[in-house]
Design a protein around this ligand. Structure first.
Ligand SMILES: [Zn+2]
Length: 240
């Protein structure tokens, strides 16, 4: 029972007896912000890509032009091929940056030491090459085991998952289908996972509809993950 997915399967079967936080390691895994916060986090993974540019220029331009806070999880391999784009994202004051492993490994298939190396790689590069300290970490594929959680904690990082999977890299999903999925699950404090590496054909369109229509209709605003995690009613922006 090493893999998280198996554990989720078990939890589903024993839903009445098991809640996620009964497992000590599971309590470190952040899937959402406080439900009292009238905001959501739009998060974009930068997983390595073999083909294509690996950067959704239209999406980034839209976010910047409309001053929409967002959080990006960069993999080390993506960073080595996108130096200019790393610098560009780091320069935007309302963007936040976290890391997403060195080579996008399946972490639970590796021993502790290798997991630590995979997790630490891009954290170190951001610090030494770009002078930026980052504490947010998201595991590739959302896969982890107890050792992953321990490694993240030992490295002084925060383990950020999500509670809404947009499914945006799936080429069979239309923008409407992605939006319907997100809208169904969206609530205050939600963390939504999307992609900024060009894998999502409709990611820009989905982001635009969320930011301009769906979120305002529910009285929700986009926030970075860190802001969302420290958000409460007193500090949250007022509803229009
Ligand atoms: Zn990824």
């Amino acid at each position: 029972m090493r893999w998280n997915r198996l554990r989720i399967g078990l939890s589903a079967i024993c839903a009445m007896a098991l809640v996620a936080h009964d497992h000590p390691a599971e309590a470190q895994v952040i899937k959402a912000g406080p439900p009292s916060c009238p905001a959501v986090a739009l998060t974009y993974d930068l997983c390595p890509v073999r083909t294509a540019s690996g950067f959704d220029r239209e999406l980034i331009d839209f976010l910047i032009a409309n001053k929409i806070p967002a959080t990006f999880f960069m993999s080390g391999r993506w960073m080595t091929r996108h130096d200019a784009e790393v610098k560009e994202l780091l320069a935007v004051p309302f963007f936040e940056v976290g890391t997403h492993g060195e080579v996008h490994a399946h972490l639970p298939t590796h021993e502790m030491e290798e997991q630590q190396r995979e997790i630490q790689g891009p954290v170190r590069v951001l610090k030494t090459k770009y002078g930026r300290s980052t504490t947010l970490f998201r595991p590739p594929y959302g896969e982890y085991n107890d050792q992953t959680v321990e490694a993240v904690k030992d490295l002084g990082l925060r383990f950020i998952l999500w509670n809404i999977e947009s499914g945006d890299p799936d080429p069979t999903l239309t923008a409407d289908a992605i939006l319907a999925r997100v809208q169904k699950r969206m609530k205050p404090g939600s963390v939504i996972v999307l992609h900024a590496n060009g894998k999502g054909k409709h990611t820009r369109e989905v982001t635009e509809t969320l930011a301009t229509t769906l979120l305002p209709a529910k009285g929700l605003t986009p926030m970075t993950v860190s802001d969302l995690l420290r958000c409460n009613q007193a500090t949250a922006p007022l509803k229009p």
